[in-house]
Design a binder for this molecule. Structure first.
Ligand code: PGA
Length: 255
């Protein structure tokens, strides 16, 4: 099975939650619970928590991620953070194109593409989020929306660079709503993403890309979602803020 070729990645997306001291406490709580994980464990935390978080996970199997990054190396971009800054503090992953950024902060596929290329160039691993709105699903254009996002977000990204890419399929209607996609719905779109990558690159490249599901994934539904052939991990919001719940998802991915 091709699934075995791919590394499962369970990443917490903390969003705008936890101060540095709270981040340290939560990571200290999570670390012993996930120490035997047979998957990649990542915590993507707010910028001001990064230094504390990197320090807190030293000697553990937890990797730290940021929640965005700018495409320029430096300059007059008030409020933005560069990939060089993230690298220097020890960040390994960067969430890009999250639907909250697309919805509230004017993120477009063009800017996601620029950020993706900058993150890869810096040797960081992007977790690129794609997903349809509820009305797009109701209008039966989920595949068109997803194909467009994949084509634009990865425009000019080489096959070699795709080895360091994680894609998160996050149906917007399932984020923070408690409405999870069914395992079959998640599999359908994750498989479609892989088929789209196979057309754009090759089957070999597509088979190597880790594709996560995100959107109300929790300790109760993770095992079923993760059992699907094309669902290689999860991007977890709410449940990543509770150590036991996050650890249970990690252990579901480790089986
Ligand atoms: P949720 O968030 O798990 O709280 O639905 C997922 C995400 O936004 O990545």
């Amino acid at each position: 099975m091709n699934k075995a070729l791919r590394k499962a990645v369970i990443a917490g997306n903390w969003k705008m939650n936890k101060t540095p001291s709270e981040a340290k406490a939560l990571l200290n709580e999570i670390a012993p619970l996930v120490k035997d994980a047979d998957c990649e464990v990542v915590a993507c935390v707010p910028y001001v928590d990064l230094t504390t978080a990197v320090e807190a996970v030293k000697g553990t199997n937890i990797k730290i991620g940021a929640e965005n990054a700018h495409w320029e190396e430096k300059g007059a971009f008030t409020g933005e953070i560069s990939t060089g800054m993230l690298k220097e503090v020890g960040v390994e992953y960067v969430v890009l194109g999250h639907s909250e950024r697309r919805q509230y902060f004017g993120e477009t596929d063009e800017t996601v593409n620029k950020r993706t290329k900058a993150v890869l160039k810096a040797g960081l691993k992007p977790i690129v989020c794609v997903g349809e709105l509820l009305w797009e699903r109701e209008c039966n254009i989920t595949e068109e929306v997803i194909a467009r996002q994949i084509k634009l977000d990865f425009y000019d990204v080489t096959a070699e660079d795709m080895k360091n890419v994680v894609i998160a399929y996050e149906p917007v209607w399932a984020i923070g709503t408690g409405k999870t996609a069914t395992a079959d719905q998640a599999e359908e779109v994750c498989a479609f993403i892989r088929a789209t990558l196979a057309k754009l690159y090759s089957k070999e490249v597509a088979d190597g890309v880790t594709i996560q599901y995100g959107g109300s994934m929790n300790d109760g539904n993770a095992a079923e979602l993760l059992s699907k052939e094309d669902v290689d991990g999860g991007l977890i919001g709410g449940a990543s803020l509770v150590a036991e719940k996050f650890a249970a998802i990690v252990s579901a991915a480790s089986k």
